[in-house]
Design a protein around this ligand. Structure first.
Ligand SMILES: [Zn+2]
Length: 183
């Protein structure tokens, strides 16, 4: 067992109450939460999230996270999808809730896997869709999940790697810089 797995928290089995924990995927099956006593088995399905990279000139809007996990780290406006939403609808709603900004048409940029660590519940897989939108109007106000908002020049992004909230962000920003070069 790796150190990371050893740290995965336990919580009660929903059927018998025995402590269970998340188990990583194997060749035979995806990630699961399996009870060793009553055999209750949950597939640990990924959760979908959507975000918007708002571009203004040569800068992109980033937020400082106001909450755990990854408190104080740089994030992109976005969040988990609600049931019944389209991916783009979720991205627009999160942008509105977190920044109050208006953007133009959203162009799909890419899709990235990651994990989200919820204290007491452990790490679960996330599917993260991103769109690019050009800033139209509004001054971003840090609200909801975000403590503050800042326009960061694309050229400065690689130097801020240590402050990124999520593992997929270097790949995401590389895709954004490619998109910007294409015009
Ligand atoms: Zn059980």
């Amino acid at each position: 067992m790796t150190a990371a797995r050893a740290k995965s928290p336990t919580f009660p089995c929903v059927r018998c109450g025995r402590p269970v924990r998340r188990a990583p995927a194997t060749k035979q099956r995806p990630r699961t939460i399996a009870c060793p006593r009553c055999r209750y088995l949950l597939y640990d399905y990924p959760r979908p999230a959507a975000g918007v990279l708002v571009v203004k000139g040569d800068a992109v809007l980033l937020l400082r996270r106001a909450h755990t996990p990854r408190l104080g780290c740089l994030d992109v406006p976005g969040g988990f999808m609600d049931a019944g939403e389209s991916i783009e609808g979720a991205a627009r709603r999160e942008l509105r809730e977190e920044t109050g900004l208006t953007v133009g048409a959203l162009k799909p940029l890419g899709f990235y896997w990651d994990t989200y660590d919820l204290p007491g519940f452990g790490k679960f897989p996330t599917m993260n869709w991103y769109f690019v939108g050009k800033w139209r109007r509004g001054v971003p106000v840090g609200a909801d999940d975000a403590a503050s908002a800042e326009w960061v020049p694309l050229s400065r992004l690689p130097r801020m790697k240590a402050e990124y909230a999520w593992e997929h962000m270097p790949e995401l920003f590389a895709a954004l810089r490619k998109w910007a070069k294409r015009g």
